[in-house]
Design a protein around this ligand. Sequence first.
Ligand code: GLP
Length: 267
Amino acid sequence: MLRPRSAGGATGGALVTVRTFDTAVEAAAALAGEVACRIREHPALVLGLPTGRTPVAFYRALVRSIRREGIPVSGLTTFNLDEFLGISAEQPGSYRSYMEHHLFGPIGLQPGQVNFLEGTTPDPRCECERYERAIAACGGLDVQVLGIGANGHIGFNEPGEWLALRTHRVTLRPETRRANAGSFGGRVDAVPHEALSMGLGTILQARKIVLLAAGREKARAVSLMVRGPLTTAVPASFLQLHSDVDVLLDRAAAALLADRGAERDRG
Ligand code: GLP
């Protein structure tokens, strides 16, 4: 049984390890410390990266660690999970510009080290195949960092009747477009209706997966991801199939895991 403990405590289940911290900043700092350590030990690391509000604190702490410890990043290769369709890399709402601002610029990654799905591609199918080939050519992802949507999506793999295995074109759900409005000046109507995203199979092939979640609005998705049945209604539930997943949470995001553990204990 997975049962979260207090700050920094770790509980190992068969497949998923949940670590709960007092605050989101502490969870992000712990993750940054681990990623920085891996880059130091394996300078040619291939790193999968997420966007969103939650990873901002992670990137801030990672940039600090890399600078403070003088960790060389010239051998690093990154692949981002997803990008909006129809949005160019230079546009402020693009995930590419988010990454330039929060990580690539501050640590000085060169364009050749950074891999991104091209939002303005004239041929999305071909672009998705190119991305899969690029990941394979690098020997696969060593570590994939993830966030989670309140509806249980990872990357842009939305809940539905079926899930795509590989990098693909997705139609975003209304709640996902609303959640992303902040990157488009708060205007939901400015958020693209479609995106390109790594598939669940692409993500599950990473050698190590680390997921960061914070806030009460993520608690239900987190609980279903860790303890729920495997279902396309909660794409993150498929992470249970992976043999090496760490989930780092603040107390609010872990709230329902604790409740359900307590319920079981009482029963
Ligand atoms: C977007 C991204 C996801 C991310 C999710 C949660 O939809 N495509 O990769 O996990 O948002 O983001 P936030 O941390 O802002 O809640």
